[in-house]
Design a protein around this ligand. Structure first.
Ligand code: PLP
Length: 473
């Protein structure tokens, strides 16, 4: 493709994306393609001859788009918001257009220095103390794995440099709440610590970790000759957006020499609003934090902000220094290849930079506050409606609900009913929500915060919820 052909097709593509965003509300939210339907429309073998981009675009509309669930739809209320604002789309396009590989400072100085600056801008916007330094990781799952690897190495006094984990006499233990995200369990397992070494601590009536139980397990483990390696706190758990109290966790982590990692993947973005920052209380004493601009903030996927108090330790664990990667600038610059697992790095800071500048703190704050207010509005409607319950405190933008109609007696019947009304809304395409199990009961989560979601869309969902339960199948 020549630059001139690219120019013409690029205009067309930008038009397509602009039209798509303008009219996305007319589409059903969740794709209703059957399993295998997209694959069946694609040829099983690669094209022998070059094809025109117009043919590709036509197939994109015919084959790909029907198989897409629209995360940037105003009635997307499933999982968590994963916004890609149009300014970030343009930033990402610039990154692709430049095609720079930002593994080392020298391989694109702007890639490194822009990332340092935007990570620091974001740190300030989130009200995090100056002692933290950040790098972009692919996902929170990846960032938590990095945290667990660092925790393991600190607890074993850098065992990787000698006999590794199997040379350590005391088994390591990691503490998480029963509401921690599955990525935490996965990271602990992949760090070689082992699932049996995870202590899953009970939560209280607000779904926050029970500090008394955590303290008791720590004492028990030390008596038994185990070594506390890490505590993982969550600010905004996946099911109900509960908050673990950082102050007492920090004290325990210090007393037992454990790494304290904070998973604030989704809800950390709420800290742009100063009124939410009480949830950060104690944050200055943690070792690492993961927050995802690719969720609520709006950069599009693969933009996790990973902050650490001790970057020198992170780079000690992560760096490899083969001769072919060394450069004359190494002792004067940051080499982000040493801040995580992958060597190669896309220029992801560009999309975050474009987003932060185009919206400004005030624009982002306005959006976060709108979503927090919309969640409070929905929560009040649900709480005031007979037969409906709000089943967890609404601390951020997620409202966990349950409908308990008269006539249904057993927990199993009520669970099935709640799954059923959510499924019917999703199948109908009007909106998209997801359910989960909390305290053994099926509940439905309304996760507000897609960029185009206004109060009217939340009100439409609430109408749909009531109408759907009224028409029991
Ligand atoms: C609390 C929490 N942590 C971690 C994750 C995983 O995020 P990622 O997809 O960036 O790995 C999620 C995703 O839902 C989450 O809610």
């Amino acid at each position: 493709m020549t630059p001139d052909q690219f120019r013409a097709l690029g205009y067309k593509l930008i038009d397509w994306i602009a039209d798509y965003r303008e009219t996305v509300e007319e589409r059903r939210v969740m794709s209703n393609e059957a399993p295998g339907a997209v694959r069946a429309k694609l040829p099983p073998s690669p094209p022998e001859e070059p094809e025109s981009f117009d043919a590709i675009l036509a197939d994109f509309e015919r084959i790909v788009v029907p198989g897409v669930t629209h995360w940037n739809h105003p009635r997307f209320f499933a999982y968590f918001p994963s916004n890609t604002t149009l300014s970030a789309v343009l930033g990402d396009l610039l990154a692709s257009g430049l095609g720079a590989q930002c593994m080392s400072w020298q391989t694109s100085p702007a890639g490194t220095e822009l990332e340092e600056v935007v990570m620091d801008w974001l740190r300030q916007m989130l009200g995090l103390p100056d002692l933290f330094r950040g790098a972009i990781q692919d996902t929170s799952s990846g960032a938590t794995l990095v945290a667990m690897l660092c925790a393991r190495e600190r607890s074993t006094k850098d065992a990787r440099l000698a006999g590794g984990l199997q040379s350590c006499p005391a088994p390591l233990v990691v503490y998480v709440s029963d509401q921690a995200h599955s990525s935490v369990d996965k990271a602990i397992a992949l760090a070689g610590i082992g699932r049996d070494q995870v202590r899953t601590i009970e939560t209280d009536e607000r779904y926050a970790i029970r500090v008394d139980r955590l303290r008791a397990r720590l004492e028990e483990d030390v008596r038994a000759g185990n070594k506390p390696c890490a505590i993982v706190a969550t600010i905004g758990t996946t099911a109900t957006t509960a908050v673990d109290p950082l102050e007492p966790l920090r004290e325990l982590a210090q007393r037992y020499g454990a790494w304290l990692h904070v998973d604030a993947a989704m809800a950390g973005i709420a800290m742009i609003a100063p009124e939410c920052r009480a949830h950060w209380s104690g944050i200055e004493g943690v070792d690492s934090i993961t927050v995802d601009p690719h969720k609520w903030l709006g950069t599009g996927m693969h933009c996790t902000a990973y902050y650490v108090r001790d970057p020198a330790y992170l780079t000690r664990v992560m760096s490899t220094q083969p001769s072919y990667l060394r450069t004359a600038a190494d002792d004067k610059v940051t080499n982000f290849r040493d801040w995580g697992i992958p060597l190669g790095r896309r220029f992801r800071a560009l999309k975050l930079w474009c987003l932060l500048r185009e919206q400004g703190t005030s624009g982002l704050l306005g959006r976060i506050r709108r979503d927090l207010a919309n969640a409070q509005w929905l929560s009040a409607q649900v709480a005031n409606e007979p037969g409906w319950e709000v089943v967890a405190p609404v601390l951020f933008q997620t409202v966990c609900v349950r409908h308990v109609p008269e006539g249904l007696r057993t927990d199993a019947e009520i669970d099935a009913h709640n799954q059923s009304w959510a499924d019917r809304i999703n199948e109908d395409g009007r909106a998209y929500l997801t359910s989960t199990v909390v305290n053994g009961r099926r509940i439905v989560r309304v996760s507000i915060g897609a960029e185009p979601t206004e109060l009217e869309h939340v009100a439409q969902l609430w109408d749909s919820m009531r109408a759907t339960v009224a028409r029991r199948p």
